[in-house]
Design a protein around this ligand. Sequence first.
Ligand SMILES: Cc1cc2nc3c(=O)[nH]c(=O)nc-3n(C[C@H](O)[C@H](O)[C@H](O)COP(=O)(O)O)c2cc1C
Ligand code: SF4
Ligand code: SF4
Length: 247
Amino acid sequence: MILYFSGTGNGKYIANRIAAVTSDEVVSINDKMKNKDTQEIEVNGNLVFVLPTYAWRIPRVVRKWILNTTFKSAENVWFVMSCGGEIGNAAKYNKELCEQKNFVYKGTAQIVMPDNYILMFKLPEEKKLQEIVEKANPVIDDIAKQIVDNREFSKPRNNLYDRFMSGPVNSMFYSMYVKSDKFKVSDKCIGCGKCAKMCPLNNICMQDGKPTWGKECTQCMACISYCPVEAIDYGKKTAGKRRYRME
Ligand SMILES: Cc1cc2nc3c(=O)[nH]c(=O)nc-3n(C[C@H](O)[C@H](O)[C@H](O)COP(=O)(O)O)c2cc1C
Ligand code: SF4
Ligand code: SF4
């Protein structure tokens, strides 16, 4: 089974590409979270988590969901983390999570995909985005073959910088940046409700035909990125920037 969480589609793309090789069932963690579903999942075999990197680790909300969910007869577990550049020392925390869950940890792999974090960065031109995905494709296919062969992934880089980013910087990032207080909507909004529908944490309510944001945000970028008329901004940070969606 392949379980993915994805704000802007990279994870879904990777999960489906792996499944094309492994013939595994693909299941969305977004849907499970949205439905507050932590019911036991029948894995009966290998389990692959395809997750984005948030501050050099897997998203906290996903970690919490994994801890709260029972996975029946899960054998070997692999983590495939998409990122804009680097996953730091995320592997250490994934291994610890596996120990807590009594999973057999088979490693963490990094896939560099377009960086969706437009609150901090600007997207490169379209051609560059395509090049990043073209470069990722053979890496994903190779990872899928390793899973089919039941092989352990080779250990990712783990230097002092990686440990610092996945450790103290991760904590700092969450307390300083992971908020939804600056989301705002412009007059362009057509009241379609897509932002509310896409939010995996049900953090958006439609009031008088316009979205309002609560406090349960993991900054997955789904709302701002999937709005069909680009009516959402985060303060001034996203003004005039192109949105990212893997389609
Ligand atoms: C809140 C947030 C934090 C991020 N932190 C990192 C990071 O630490 N390192 C990195 O390389 N990319 C980081 N990214 C980029 C994403 O991990 C990357 O674009 C990922 O492929 C998005 O996957 P998705 O489309 O499945 O949501 C971050 C993105 C977001 C939204
Ligand atoms: S997705 Fe965009 S247009 Fe649709 S309700 Fe949300 S903000 Fe308005
Ligand atoms: S409010 Fe937007 S950014 Fe925050 S979790 Fe929901 S969809 Fe993601």
